[in-house]
Design a protein around this ligand. Structure first.
Ligand code: 9Z3
Length: 325
């Protein structure tokens, strides 16, 4: 594995040095280590594992990162992502036997909640009388499945959910996660579906208080966020299987950009998707060629992640076989 250039490394170091430290770092690290320890000691119930293989652990990132404009943040720039891809992928990874660390943007879509209405708390319940509360018949199956599946995943120690909001929190948490997973080696995977800001306001050059409107139009200079995938691949977790995503709105440049990302960041696959069709189809770009993955349109319940995760799990199995020591 060729290491990244000194310049990129300097940019990355200075990004972290100037970031506001994670508020709950000890708690995050403790939860991560406990989850990883629990799952690395398990070989049970993993229907796709190879003989003697430990339980696989995937880190799924989901939702968009925010870029604060003020240190005491009132305004921020956001990145589009509902979190649907990450949540649906998490469900499929758990189903395939993986333990999942779900690193998600606060307030975005959660695993097992896709069949619930937008405001489940207010829409799913009714009061037959003043003393009782019950689930409406129309939502009972969806609520039952959501609660049971989520509780089973968490109860079996297969799902750890960690929230972020800002680009600073996201990248620091990703680094903690990669460092914690380093020893899991080829059985670990990074599935980077979060929509990560390309531009940000460096903390040191950010105003502390709310920007005032009295001084006329606002000029903001955004710096480029250093691409962390390269250091994740070369230093943080070089043995992990790594899947990144490429989002474009212009389908004409999508595959070319995804292919460039594959080569530049040396990830194992890039999932290319176009904004308007992302729920129907994606293209998995890798060194073994490009595969179009579609939702089964003849099955109304089918989602593209069912077929996508099947393919990714398959690729991960091959990777483990090739790198098993
Ligand atoms: C994706 O491309 C995801 O598939 C979506 C999912 C964000 C489109 P939703 O959350 O949508 O289901 O609504 N994620 C990665 C987007 C991204 O920021 N990629 C970077 C890029 O394209 C590389 S890290 O340059």
């Amino acid at each position: 594995m060729s290491s990244i250039s000194g310049l990129v490394e300097d940019e990355i170091s200075s990004f972290f040095e100037s970031s506001p430290p994670l508020k709950n770092k000890e708690e995050v690290v403790a939860k991560l280590n406990q989850f990883i320890e629990l799952n690395s000691s398990r070989q049970d119930g993993f229907n796709i594992c190879l003989t003697g293989e430990k339980r696989r652990i995937v880190c799924v990132t989901s939702g968009g990162t925010t870029v604060p404009l003020e240190q005491r943040c009132v305004r921020y720039i956001d990145n589009f992502s509902s979190g649907n891809r990450g949540a649906a992928s998490t469900e499929n990874f758990v189903k395939a036997g993986y333990a999942v660390i779900f690193l998600y943007r606060r307030g975005t879509c959660q695993p097992y909640c896709r069949s619930l209405p937008d405001d489940p708390f207010l829409e799913c319940f009714e009061f037959p009388d003043a003393k009782n509360i019950r689930v409406r018949e129309s939502h009972s199956e969806a609520v039952k499945m959501a609660v049971m599946d989520q509780q089973a995943a968490v109860g079996e120690g297969r799902l750890l959910k960690l929230p972020f909001s800002t680009i600073y929190e996201y990248l620091q948490m990703l680094r903690e996660m990669a460092t914690a997973l380093k020893d899991v080696g080829p059985c670990s995977m990074f599935y980077l579906a979060a929509a990560v800001s390309d531009f940000y306001v460096p903390w040191n050059s950010m105003t502390e208080h709310k920007i005032q409107s009295g001084s006329g139009p606002l000029d903001i200079r955004l710096a480029q966020v250093p691409k962390m995938i390269s250091i994740l691949r070369s230093n943080w977790a070089p043995k992990a299987f790594c899947v990144s995503f490429k989002l474009e709105t212009d389908s004409k440049i999508l595959i070319e950009k995804a292919t460039k990302a594959l080569q530049k960041y040396k990830v194992h696959a890039v999932v290319a998707n176009e904004l308007s069709t992302r729920k129907e189809e994606v293209v998995v770009v890798s060194s073994s060629g490009n595969v179009v993955v579609r939702r089964d349109s003849d099955k109304p319940e089918s989602i593209v992640e069912d077929n996508l995760i099947r393919l990714i799990v398959d690729r991960h199995s091959t990777y483990i076989k090739e790198n098993h020591t």
